[in-house]
Design a protein around this ligand. Structure first.
Ligand code: IVH
Length: 675
């Protein structure tokens, strides 16, 4: 490290501490990192170096001494629970020599031969599971390392995690730690759905997994396709001599343990494992960010112990992200169906991780300013797992003398209307919702889509119908005649009839999909389904207040305001009215309301107090199991379901009438087991 003065060192340490804390928060709490892991690790190792040189400036609260916290923080309804054993991080390295140094340190302590367990470093989010009496008791996130968020209610929806163990010699109580991760295919599906709902895509599968774990609506967990791998067994007086023996036992109890691990007899064999997986990992169906090497013998692990933040018996080899450097040729500005303008970079084609990359998203104007991107610049492109790759930096040393900044348009590239910028969002929008051609056509393409109304009309048909001036607002589709269709170039009677039949069939599409098809900003497929279930009809949804909407699980202010704006607009109300006249489903079929069981059939429940889910969601859960909700306790009440801070009046009345009072846990047991 270059020579550095004391004052300068102190300033730099302060700066690095703040930066690293900020990035920790972006990564662990917001699930939206703004720098790569590699850049983060570089900052961290610079801080470590400076703190070693100037120990007088190394404070207890430095990010070098504690793990980044993923605690959900204020407003979250996850309960924080202390970890029985601290949940640590791993030391990491990108340099070969450091692996040999790691081995040399271990050799110094070891008084007999030892081996290494070599494992893939799964790029997900850490989880700690406790099993007692062979049953899953609790699942905690890493949190700040000493306490984690209790995410049991979400984790039970991950199919890989058994609730009950089978097999022999299962310890009465133990903890097993591992990683919850999202395989590539599930990640791509999720991001495609988010893109359609114009929600910011997750930057990588890790953020998607950790965001999913903190979902307020456990039901939605099931749709996310999460998986789990477990790699660290802990407990009192466990009978195992090696780490691999412990994991094999865990596997025999039905727990998911990696099939890719291997025992290495020495550090050279461990390095060979690293080299092998540096290429093989690209074929894996999930993301890995390195290799973990652990001393396999548990007595030697105990002898080596821990530093404040990491075990001395394990280290992580991190893979460098694959990058390519290529010139930026031009920037296109694409207008989406909701008017959002996205800058897209056109690149000199370049090979990256096996595919040719020609285009990359620049996300928004802020991102372009942050990168200080110029036309003609050589830019670094990375594939973080996004559908399109992203530009992560600019090689300033290669900037041509005459390079200039691309100009972000001030008017819509399609209709010329001046763009507006939402103060809360980084995106620019074309506000001309009613007559901007791209937006209109985009709305029809969305409306006709397979997951929406499933009408036989792709982009070309929409384009042709639009060009004729026959379609401007969605209900116009239902006024199209056979004669009009046959007159279109390339259309015959058969194609016209097929189209009309699909239009007719769309009248039976369930309300949830109709709601999605309307293309209300931020209402994706899942959100639409949930709103349909919660409100039951378009009239109920249109009448909902902001408070009503915010009561619903997973509906935040952005979505609530978007719904309110839609129903407040003449265009929105008019579309709904005319689509209703065209015969579309504007209410849930009573049968379509999701029925999970009839355990509560004929029973009336009264709820009081706060639960792990909102009161609305709790009522929906009761109905989904065949029960009814009532506002006050009477002789007809089957149970009073009492949450935290349940009303004393209701409790008193239930006691007087001899009505059983049950807790949320008892209620959940009731609906799960039917007993
Ligand atoms: S062992 C005290 N093994 O990587 C031992 N960790 O960067 C702690 N990770 O916090 C962990 N795959 O979340 C271990 N095979 C593996 C792993 C693994 C992924 C994660 C884990 C850890 C982080 C450190």
């Amino acid at each position: 490290m270059a020579k550095i003065g004391k004052t300068e060192a102190r300033d730099r340490i302060e700066f690095l501490k703040k930066e690293l804390e900020r990035h920790n928060r972006n990564y662990y709490v917001l699930n939206a990192p703004t720098i790569s892991d590699f850049e983060f690790d570089l900052l961290m190792s610079e801080l470590q170096g400076l703190e070693r040189m100037f120990p007088e400036f190394a404070t207890e609260d430095s990010p070098t001494r504690h793990v980044g916290s993923d605690l959900a923080g204020k407003g979250s309804d996850f309960v924080q629970v202390p970890h029985r054993y601290p949940m640590l991080s791993l030391g990491n390295t990108y340099a070969r020599e450091e692996l040999y140094e790691f081995d040399a340190r271990i050799r110094k302590t070891a008084d007999k031969p030892y081996t290494y367990s070599c494992e893939l470093k799964f790029d997900g989010t850490a989880i700690c599971l406790t099993y007692r009496g062979g049953r899953l008791l609790r699942a905690l996130t890493r949190g700040d390392g000493t306490k984690g968020d209790d995410v049991t209610r979400n984790v039970v929806h991950i199919p890989a995690i058994p609730r009950v163990l089978r097999g022999e010699a299962i310890p009465e109580e133990f903890e097993i730690r591992g990683e919850i991760y999202m395989p590539w295919d599930a990640f791509e599906r999720l991001n495609a759905a988010r893109a359609e709902a114009e929600l910011e895509p997750f930057a990588n599968p890790r953020n998607a997994a950790s965001g999913s774990l903190k979902l307020q609506n456990p039901e939605e967990m099931r749709t996310r396709g999460l998986d789990c791998v477990l790699y660290h067994l802990l407990g009192e007086n466990l009978p195992f001599k090696t780490h691999t023996e412990a994991l094999e036992a865990a596997r025999s109890w039905g727990l998911p343990v990696s099939e890719y691990s291997r025992v290495a007899g020495n550090i050279e064999e461990a390095v060979a494992y690293i080299d092998e997986w540096d290429t093989r990992r690209k074929q894996l169906p999930f993301a890995t960010d390195g290799i973990v090497i652990k001393v396999n013998e548990l007595d030697l692990q105990r002898q080596l112990g821990f530093t404040a933040k990491t075990p001395r018996w394990a280290t992580a080899w991190k893979f460098k992200p694959e990058q390519a450097l290529t010139p930026l040729l031009s920037v296109d500005y694409q207008v989406g169906r909701t008017g959002a303008v996205t800058p897209v970079a056109n690149l000199e084609p370049v090979l990256l991780s096996g595919t040719v990359v020609k285009r990359a998203s620049l996300h928004n104007k802020d991102q372009m300013d942050l990168l200080d991107i110029h036309l003609g610049d050589y830019v670094y492109v990375e594939k973080g797992g996004e559908i399109i790759p992203k530009i992560t930096g600019v090689e300033l040393s290669k900037r041509p003398a005459d390079a200039r900044r691309p100009e972000f348009p001030t008017c819509c590239p399609d209709c010329g209307t001046p763009l507006v910028r939402d103060p809360d969002e980084a995106r620019h929008y074309c506000p001309n919702r009613e007559s901007c051609p791209v937006q209109i056509k985009g709305r029809f393409v969305h409306f006709a889509g397979r997951k929406a109304m499933d009408i036989l009309a792709g982009e070309a048909t929409i384009e042709a119908l639009y060009a004729k001036g026959w379609i401007r607002t969605l209900p116009d589709l239902y006024a199209l005649t056979r004669e009009q269709l046959i007159s279109l170039e390339g259309w015959q009677e058969k194609s016209a009839d097929n189209f009309l039949a699909s239009l007719d069939a769309s009248r039976r599409v369930p309300f949830g999909r109709v709601l999605y098809a309307l293309g209300i900003r931020h209402i994706g497929e899942q959100t639409a389904k949930m709103l349909a279930r919660q409100f039951g009809s378009i009239d109920a949804l249109a009448a909902a207040s902001r408070e009503d909407l915010l009561q619903v699980e997973d509906i935040g202010e952005t979505v609530a305001d978007s719904i309110l704006a839609y129903f407040a607009s003449d265009a929105g109300r008019d579309t709904v009215r005319r689509l209703r006249e065209a015969g579309l489903q504007m209410a849930e079929d009573a049968d379509a309301r999701q029925q999970l069981s009839d355990t509560l059939a004929g029973k009336t429940l009264v709820i009081s107090g706060n639960f792990s889910i909102s009161r609305e969601a709790m009522k929906a859960l009761i109905e989904a199991h065949g029960g009814k909700n009532a506002g006050s306790v009477s002789g007809k009440t089957a149970w009073l379901l009492a949450g935290e801070k349940a009303g004393p009046e209701k409790l008193k009345k239930a006691e007087k009438l001899g009505i059983p009072v049950i807790s949320e846990a008892e209620f959940r047991k009731l609906i799960e087991t039917g007993a």
